[in-house]
Design a protein around this ligand. Structure first.
Ligand code: MTE
Ligand code: MO
Length: 430
């Protein structure tokens, strides 16, 4: 039998929105076709008869591989950054993920952001114990060894600090890039034991409504979590992208609460106390409350609302003159999958739907991409996510109207990058 194969049609770049945003379906035609159609972008040199030069590494024996590998020396600038505490106390601060230098959706372990309150504890896994007690029939103590006997599951989830992007509440756009403004979110494959299995074994009292989770670092991070979440999808993470948790991410075990604000995901987990009432710990009363326009604050704000950010182009990167670019970024929501991401190049006047890179997983970072023809004139780039339940990422004005003037946490508004004729990229308010 003969099949009728149609020849690939030449690409006609169609405008999808203002200032050169192109139709995302252009990507279906393949990279070479896109570059050829648009010109000016990574055009391959035409080969000469001489072919390729012989480089020194082709003629010498290389060094032996490292027992634990590291990225190439040419990648030395791809690092976490901005270790700085607003309070000035030693051990308090954050190292953020350089999302402007990464692609894909899984955050490498060495680049996963960390937020810590008393430095990184040097925990001996043989001595570490986890206690489950309070309103239970049988209080239980687990060692690493006893915990490892339980069935494990792997899931891909984002983790975001409640304070990620807090500078978006500043009156003027602070001149920082993606790492400082959106670098307290990461996504990994987490492997561990479902907490409901351990709770069932301990036998939870029917009166119980809450648990209090406590960490083994000096700050003794303590947060109250509704028992319903613990029994639903909470787990004790032991592995991160296939290896033991990194010390800054909770080694040897952390509480993982899919979609909940980072602060509740207690690292170095040592104690789960089951109770009728929340604990009202320091970390959920003096901090991590959400302000409201009436000047009051609301407690127990768990889920991280939908958010997106353009990672390329973005500040700390430069445009290389007019021509074809791929706009790329990340989107996520605690309420399900990313349903769509729209991109604007005219400060929100017109929007074009971006292509969502597969796989699009619930509660995971999702990569979006859109082809763009930049004519060299000033533009303002923005992205706007809509999640599965239909919630749309708010503008900065809408967010501030919702949260009031004194807000610190859950900054999920649209982020704007202004590009001038010189190709410089700045954080702006549009
Ligand atoms: N024990 C302990 N757990 C903790 C913290 C901490 O300092 N100590 N920081 C919290 C905060 S504010 C956040 S955002 C997340 C950050 O997790 P990560 O450092 O693995 O990125 O851990 C939370 N759990
Ligand atoms: Mo946090």
């Amino acid at each position: 039998m003969r099949r009728n194969r149609s020849k690939p049609q030449p690409v006609k770049p169609e405008m999808a929105a203002g200032n050169g945003l192109l139709d995302r379906r252009l990507f279906l035609q393949g990279g070479g076709a896109v570059a050829a159609a648009l010109g000016g972008f990574a055009i391959p040199e035409s080969a000469t008869a001489a072919g390729l030069p012989i480089e020194p590494w082709m003629t010498t024996l290389g060094p032996d591989p490292l027992l634990y590998d590291r990225p190439s020396r040419f990648e030395k600038d791809v690092v976490r950054g901005d270790w700085a505490s607003r309070t000035g106390f030693p051990g308090v601060g954050s190292l953020r993920t350089p999302h402007h230098l990464l692609t894909g959706t899984i955050t490498p372990n060495g680049l996963f952001f960390t937020r810590c309150h008393t430095g990184i504890p040097d925990i001996d896994p043989d001595k570490h114990r986890l206690l489950i007690h309070g309103l239970v029939k049988r209080p239980l103590i687990f060692s690493m060894e006893t915990l490892a006997r339980y069935p494990m599951e792997s899931r891909i989830y984002f983790l975001e600090c409640g304070g990620n992007g807090e500078l978006l509440y500043d009156d003027k756009p602070t001149q920082v890039g993606v790492r400082r403004l959106a670098g307290q979110v990461g996504c990994a494959e987490w492997t561990g034991v479902k907490l409901s299995i351990l709770m069932d074994e301990a036998g939870v009292d029917p009166k119980a409504k809450w648990v209090s989770a406590e960490g083994a670092d000096a700050v003794g991070m303590t947060r109250s979590i509704p028992l319903s979440k613990i029994m639903d999808d909470a787990f004790i993470a032991l592995y991160q992208n296939g290896e033991r948790l990194m010390p800054s991410n909770g080694y040897p075990m952390r509480l993982f609460l899919p979609g909940f604000e980072g602060n509740m995901q207690v690292k170095y987990l040592r104690r789960i106390r089951v109770s009728e009432m929340p604990t009202m710990s320091r970390d959920e009363t003096s901090k991590y409350t959400l302000t409201r326009p009436d000047g009051k604050s609301s407690q127990f704000n768990y889920q991280m609302e939908a958010k997106s950010v353009i990672t390329q182009p973005s500040p700390d990167l430069m445009m290389k003159g007019p021509g074809f670019y791929e706009i790329s970024g990340l989107a996520w929501s605690a309420y399900g999958k990313v349903a769509k991401v729209d991109v604007s190049a005219d400060g929100g006047k017109s929007w074009a739907p971006a292509a969502l890179q597969q796989p699009v997983l619930s509660l995971a970072l999702t990569r979006f991409r859109l082809p763009w023809q930049w004519d060299g004139r000033p533009v303002v780039l923005q992205s706007r996510v809509t999640d599965e339940p239909g919630y749309v990422q708010p503008t900065r004005e809408q967010m501030i109207a919702n949260r009031g003037r004194w807000a610190n946490y859950h900054a999920n508004c649209i982020i704007s990058w202004g590009i001038n004729e010189k190709g410089e990229i700045k954080h702006v308010y549009a």
